[in-house]
Design a protein around this ligand. Structure first.
Ligand SMILES: Cc1cc2nc3c(=O)[nH]c(=O)nc-3n(C[C@H](O)[C@H](O)[C@H](O)COP(=O)(O)O)c2cc1C
Length: 145
């Protein structure tokens, strides 16, 4: 097992409903649990950003399956690196719809997604690194990092 983190960005192919989000999350939780994959899925302004953590072979093949999904398009991997620990150890998959979040602590994640779509930086860091940094220090997530 070679623990890696893969982060990709994609664009929703249509206006997705809360039922669509629930369906994605339910299937993701079920499959990821049996694959030993953890992570989180973020959504804002028609864009997805997803973190997949697990064995490199497993997350690569899972990503190849996910990228074929017709509910999103223009998928691109922005980060694939070895990791010493799981940032999202608590979740086989978790969904954060930033359009629905009231908590201002998530504002930075809107900036992360916007920077990722522009290919820019957030506070001097790549969007993927910033995202992992935010959650590494978030006790709610019981990060093992
Ligand atoms: C944005 C997005 C994220 C997804 N994330 C996952 C995931 O983490 N794990 C997963 O198994 N499927 C995920 N899916 C669903 C897969 O594309 C695919 O529908 C599913 O894996 C098929 O599983 P099944 O053969 O058990 O029905 C995601 C789909 C979308 C659109």
């Amino acid at each position: 097992m070679s623990l890696h983190q893969l982060i990709y960005l994609s664009k929703a192919s249509r206006a997705l409903t809360s039922v669509d989000f629930l369906e994605i999350l339910e299937v993701a939780k079920r499959n990821n649990a049996s694959l030993g994959v953890t992570g989180s899925l973020f959504y804002n302004g028609g864009w997805f950003l997803q973190v997949l953590e697990g064995d490199v072979t497993v997350i690569n093949s899972l990503y190849r399956r996910i990228e074929q999904d017709e509910r999103h398009q223009q998928s691109q991997v922005i980060f694939l690196e070895p990791a010493s620990c799981r940032v999202f150890s608590r979740w086989t998959m978790n969904m954060i719809n930033l359009e629905k979040e009231r908590d201002s602590k998530y504002d930075i994640l809107v900036d992360v997604i916007k920077a990722a779509t522009r290919g820019g930086l957030v506070e001097g860091l790549s969007p993927a690194v910033k995202l992992l940094k935010v959650f590494s220090s978030d006790h709610l997530f019981h990060s093992a990092c």
